[in-house]
Design a protein. Sequence first.
Lengths: 366, 375
Amino acid sequence: MHIEGEKEALLEVGQSVLRAVSPRATLPVLGGVKIEAGRDNVKFVATDLEMFLTVQGDFAVKEQGAVVVPGRLFGDILRNLPSGKVSIRGADGEVRIEAGRSEFAVTGFPVADFPSMPEVKESQRCQIAGAELARALRQVVRAASPDEGRPVLTGVLWSVEGSTLRLVATDSYRLAVRELVIKEGAESGTAIIPGRALAEFGRHLAGIGEDEVSVWLGDSQAVFSAGSTTLVTRLIDGEFPDYRKLIPESHTKHLKVATEPFAQAVERVGLVARENTPVKIHLGEEVQLTATEAGVADAWEALEEVEFEGDPMVIAFNPRFLSDGLEGLESQTAVMEVTDPARPAVLKGVEREEFIYLLMPVRLPG
Amino acid sequence: MTSVFDRIPGQQRVREILERAVESPGDSYLFVGPRGVGKSEAARAFAAAILCPDSCGECSLCSRTIRGIHPDVQIFQPEGYVYPLELIRELVVSARLTPLEAEKRVIVIEEADRIVERSQNALLKALEEPTGAVTWILVADALDPFLPTVLSRCQIVEFVPVNEEAVAALVASRFKLEDEVSKQTVRASRGDLEKALALAEGGDAARVRSLAIDAAIAMGEEPAAALDFSTRLQEVVASARDSLADRQKAELEQMEEMIGSGRGSAATKKRVGDRHKRMLRRTETDLYLDFVTYLGTALRDLAFVSSGGDPESVVCIDHAQPIVAAAMNRPTQHWLELIDECLACHLSIIENANAPLAVESVLLALSKSPVATIG
């Protein structure tokens, strides 16, 4: 194998694919990056054993073939090479990287030892607008559970019905649901996709802008492809909770508030609230946020630009979860619907139905 | 055509069971049998056969499975004396993931008898709710450490000690030994393939063995002699520990090069460091246990000969002469009592007693026994 390219371009591809390499790789070859030079394209592949990430680069192929180089070392070398033309060539055993007057001979891993990408049937393909998917992922993925106690909750439910795609995540304290319109090739089906893989793909999407995204759902894997990036991930096997049952059908109190000032107030008052201390919202003619950390500090702030309908009530939330929800709204005005201090609140943007965020209140003593 | 099951020597019945199971493998298996009879090798071969359509043993898929680098075949070994509960919990969670490359996944837990009861309960969650995509293979020396609830979830596959011909063939395929040496090694291994290979290689395993046999033969000498054996054993163990520590250092250096100093690298280094420490402790303990086992075997030979057994049939065939000479120094009953001492010592080391002290005290106890007078 022999390829040539500009240092900056190689570094960009190399770094983006390296993000998939697990820092916990226990077997050396799995911490490697495979460079595959085909007839007219070069693919860089890395895996963390939960997903494969492939980035294609437009580099000159002098000789077709493949090598697997140690990931971190490869990244470090690329970063430090002088600008200009870089040549990478070699086979199993030794890979030579040359740029200007510097030259590296790196011991490569046997190509046959690197995992191979599965083939996923094309029939279940659908297309989605990249920018919208990137936004949706930002809104939803954060509600997935980082805790591995319940495996399905670490994933995001990917559910296709007709031409609607619904993304759902919950860590059992909050629930985020986002609807998108599929541009092409819809076929009903669901899968639970690991949150980490989606977060990674979301970051790539945000980096490359408006590209179209193609998604294939297989029995065991899902494939996401946008521009030069392809991500193949394992799925989570299990039953996702029936989230529809959790969303309240009605409410008795309705708060309408300017999103940005509300979010900032939550941040400020939240400074006082440490772990497990909630921020209280006093709903009434005047709407106030308060937090008390006994023996440390108190904070209170009255909200501006609010409209409240219903009987006065005090309801308390984990400030971080509340901020997460507000950040995801993408609407100038937020709507919060509540019924009582022990039942979930619904957050959404005014006149925007595509995203809703359900938040369990923190029970107040007494 | 080659078969991946050719990698299981001397376990014809196991081979037949597994070959039949490959088409539609069950959710969980428990491979049980004495140490070193090829259970782990069989687990890897079975995993490869489940994943590879031809069960060929030769393609990249089979080769990676057998070497433990296939993303859909995870092989776990305890790094310390038992499996940490967190590892079992992580495993149960990760079992919910679908395969990445193949159509099925296999999770192999070697030395699964080192999963303590609490962790077995955590594991049970995965065994009780199989996903169909994952096949579990637990590998263990014995059934009694397992909860009945775990046993009832597993298909139990029993392994037998490997017959001498199969051991001899394996040793011959790896080492060029003279016929006599090969026969002695095969006999000393008592159907334990790993032990046969370690002994054939010479080195620390062989040194521990000859030290144990010499100690058994020298029984009845002064306490100072017992202490001398104990010191020499500790030296062998220390040298084995040092050479392992050197290998670990090299591995860590290679690892550092690979993981660099970025995100998560400190945690990875700590994990590797912890694993290395636990492995060092394991290696030491295992050598002491081997010593006690060989000591017991030599004492068994002594009892056997003193009760009129055929000297040709002793296990320590390479030490037959001194054994015959020493056997008559004591009545059979006495040798048998000494074997009991060894068994007690073996058990106390497994139960986490200080191994060098336990071995020293058994050596002293043996040396204290009075020399029998004939007649």
